[in-house]
Every structure is written in C-alpha cells, then in structure tokens.
Design a protein around this ligand. Structure first.
Ligand code: JFZ
Length: 435
C-alpha cells in the first residue's frame, strides 16, 4: 500500500515537472518541442498578399514611398484568389520533400488573410477573394501530414493605434493609451490564429521596431504555449523565440545555435513580382540546401503565388526537381546531423544520428574520385545513395607504424553521378573519430 502511494505521488510529481517548469515556462521541454523541426530540414515559405496584384514589394513599397498608401491598398480590389487550390499547394509542398510550410497570415501592411474579427482590414471583407484563405491551406497541410507554420508581423503599419506608418511619417512618439490598445489588438489576433489554426510553428516578423517589453513578448510566448504546448517559435520575438533565422545568408561555418533555419527567396523577391525573373536554378538551390544540411540547419524556401492563387511555373519546376532529389537522397537528408568541419572533405556532408554513417555530397563531376581526410575510422563499406552501387576506395599515407588518419580516395564511376548532387554513404567501423 505504502509503495503504491509512493509510486502514485512520484508519477504525479514527474507529471508536474514535464508540464510545468518554474511556474511560467513550458510545458514541454525545448529539446522535445524542437525534435520534428530538427529532423524536417526543408520547409516552404509562402508570401501571399495583395502586393502580388501589382507585383511590388510586400508592404515595403508604400513604407518606402514607392507607391502611395491609398494606391497600395487599391490592390485589394484585384486580389481574387480565383484559381487558389490549397490541395494542389499542399501536394506540391509535400512533393518537394518539405516537412512544413509557413504562410503569411498578415504582413507589415496589416492585411489579414484569415477571417479576423478584430479588424476590417482582411481579404474576407475587403477583397474579391471574400473568404478565409488560411483555413483551407491549414486543413490541406495537415491532411498531407505537413506541419503548419504561421507568419505574423507584429508591427502593423496600417493600424491607427500603431506608432509607425511610413518611413516619412510617424503617427505618434509616445501615447500609452494607443499603445495599450494596439497591444490588446495584436495579442487578440495572435489569440485568434492560435485558436483557429493551432500552429505547430510561429514565424514572427517585424519585431525590430519595438522592444520585448513593448510587445509584451513573454506574454505572447506564454499565450501560444498554453494553447499549444508543443508549438515552436522563430527568433523574431525579441529574444523569446526558439531558433535562429539567418535571413538570406548561408552561414560559412556551423552556427553556435543548435536550431536554425535559412529563409531564402527563390528569385529576388518574397512575393510575386512579374518582372523578377532572376530565379535560382534547381541545381543552385540544391547546393545551398546541402550547405544548410552540412551545417545542421534547415532551409525555408520561399514561393510567391500570384493574386489569383496560381503558382508560377518556374517555382513549380524548382519544387519538383528538389522533390526528386530529396526523395532519392532522403536517408542523407532527414534526421541527419550536420557533417564534417571544413577541411576534411571538399563539399557538404551530413552524419547519421548515431555518428556511424557519413554522407558525402559530391558536386558536379569529380573526374573519377574524391578524397576524404582526417577520419581515423576504418571504412566498412561505401555505396551511392539512392542508387545502391557499391564503391571501392584506397587508403594512402597510412604507414603501419602511424597513428594518424590516412587519406581515403573513393572511386566514383561516371554512371552513378546524379544530375545535381551525388551523395555517397560511408559506413564507418563505429562512431566517427576525427583527427
Ligand atoms: C522581413 C520582412 O520585412 C520581409 O518583407 C520578408 O517578409 C522577410 C521574410 O522578413 O525582412 C527582414 C527581416 C529582418 C531583416 C531583414 C529583412 N534583418 O534582420 O536584416
């Protein structure tokens, strides 16, 4: 009996520890919440908004004075979403190999894509789309087992209670009444998104205009985690997020942060711009993606659908080619860790979770062989990922009396080369030992 009470008490206590630490913070440990994200490796970012009507910079075009605010807002009339097929979006995202998607629910222009009850400025009330555009996508993403990410701009240049309007004109400097009203509105919208869509991931933006204290960032974090204890939050919440977002910059060395995501445009624009034809090729995107993988991060690749909801052909082509590559090389991509430090291999690499499999990413044509150095392990076997061919290798500079690692030369016949990036799986005799 005593034993039973003890066991009961103990389980209650440990439950308490899992669900509540230090009174206010989660709920579920960060490592646990971040698990799916760490393994996901690829996400698709979607910048969709009224800026796609004229094909101009999202929000910034009026902020910077390239177009008047009124003319910017006239784009509402052309935002039809008449060819919007959320099920096709979700299946394309799935096909690309992405495990999550992030959609702009509201950009800095304040135009909400969901049916918000807190402001009239939304596509349901003010555009011919006249329906909630976020809800059906969330449903389709979930149906495809993809994680749901919601982008939300904390700053709102349209809201009359928000201090900043454009670069040239500010509404006010200090007005606590207005600011408090704005905060209530902001938290209210986050609450709506939280309840309506229960996002797996929150992608905040625009935090730079105010301090954590002003945004009441800890409260936002608390609100989100009490609605969904396993939600994760990007870094743009003035220090209250879970992972880093080095925008448009691929880190040259492995970042100190354990969790990070490179967000990147597919051409030079976030939203749809008909004049921007500067698309990165699938090959370039695969190279950049491999760079992220090699340094232990994710890539969040952006697409910009048109105002009618169609996705430009160039973007579809990139996602499909990426999908072929990620599918063929899935074992080297998903659930792997960042690979070798610089100098060991001339290219990206990843490592299996148990550190006994090394994946070497070979760019282009290696002219018959690649070199691997500084690895002290014996190699048990090498094969070509997604192809299965076993490869031969030879070890040099390894006299019998030396304790140093030798140089491995791995033979790669032309026939096994991938159109974009070939990946070799190196089975080691145990956990990776570097010199
Ligand atoms: C922000 C937005 O302003 C932009 O429109 C887009 O949505 C992008 C994904 O995010 O852009 C930023 C944010 C932060 C920096 C630069 C651009 N920054 O920290 O340098």
């Amino acid at each position: 009996m005593k034993k039973l009470i003890f066991v009961l008490l103990f389980s209650l206590l440990s439950l308490g520890f899992t669900f509540k630490t230090s009174g206010q913070e989660p709920v579920i440990q960060k490592e646990k919440r971040m698990e799916w994200f760490k393994d996901a490796r690829l996400g698709i970012f979607i910048h969709w908004g009224i800026y796609s009507v004229n094909g101009i910079d999202e929000s910034w075009s009026f902020y910077n004075g390239y177009i008047s605010y009124d003319d910017y807002m006239k784009q509402l009339n052309g935002f039809t979403a008449q060819a919007y097929k959320p099920e096709a979006w979700a299946s394309l995202i799935k096909e690309s190999g992405a495990k999550y998607a992030v959609i702009t629910s509201k950009h800095h222009d304040g135009v909400a894509l969901w049916d918000t009850k807190l402001s009239d400025l939304n596509v349901v009330n003010k555009s011919p789309a006249s329906r909630d555009l976020v809800a059906p996508l969330v449903k389709e993403l979930r149906r495809n087992s993809l994680k749901v990410g919601i982008y939300y701009s904390l700053l709102d240049w349209s809201n009359s209670d928000y201090p900043n309007f454009t670069k040239a004109s500010k509404r006010y400097e200090n007005d606590s009444l207005k600011w408090d009203r704005f905060t209530a509105f902001n938290h209210g919208q986050i609450g709506e998104l939280s309840k309506n869509f229960r996002p797996d991931l929150w992608w905040f933006d625009g935090d730079w205009e105010q301090s954590a204290e002003k945004w009441k960032a800890p409260e936002i974090r608390k609100m989100i985690l009490s609605e969904n204890p396993s939600a994760i939050i990007n870094s743009r919440l003035q220090g209250y997020g879970d992972y880093a977002t080095p925008e448009q910059g691929l880190p040259s060395v492995k970042p100190a942060e354990k969790y990070w995501e490179l967000c990147m445009t597919i051409n030079d624009s976030w939203g749809y711009q008909q004049n921007d034809k500067d698309f990165k090729s699938p090959g370039q995107i695969i190279k950049i993606f491999s760079g992220c993988l090699s340094k232990g991060g994710n890539m969040l690749l952006d697409i910009g659908p048109r105002a009618d909801g169609s996705i430009p052909d160039e973007e579809i082509a990139v996602l499909k080619t990426l999908g072929k590559w990620t599918k063929k090389h899935s074992e080297a991509v998903y659930g792997t860790e960042g690979g070798l430090p610089a100098g060991y291999f001339y290219g990206p690499s990843t490592l299996s979770k148990d550190s006994t499999m090394l994946y070497l990413f070979v760019q282009g044509d290696p002219k018959g062989e690649v070199m691997l150095q500084g690895v002290k392990n014996k190699i048990n076997r090498i094969y070509v990922v997604g192809n299965g061919t076993k490869l031969t290798w030879k070890e040099y500079l390894k006299p019998y009396w030396s304790n140093n690692a030798g140089l491995y030369f791995i033979n790669i016949p032309d026939a096994v080369l991938d159109d974009n990036m070939t990946v070799l799986a190196v089975i080691l005799d145990g956990k990776l030992k570097l010199q």
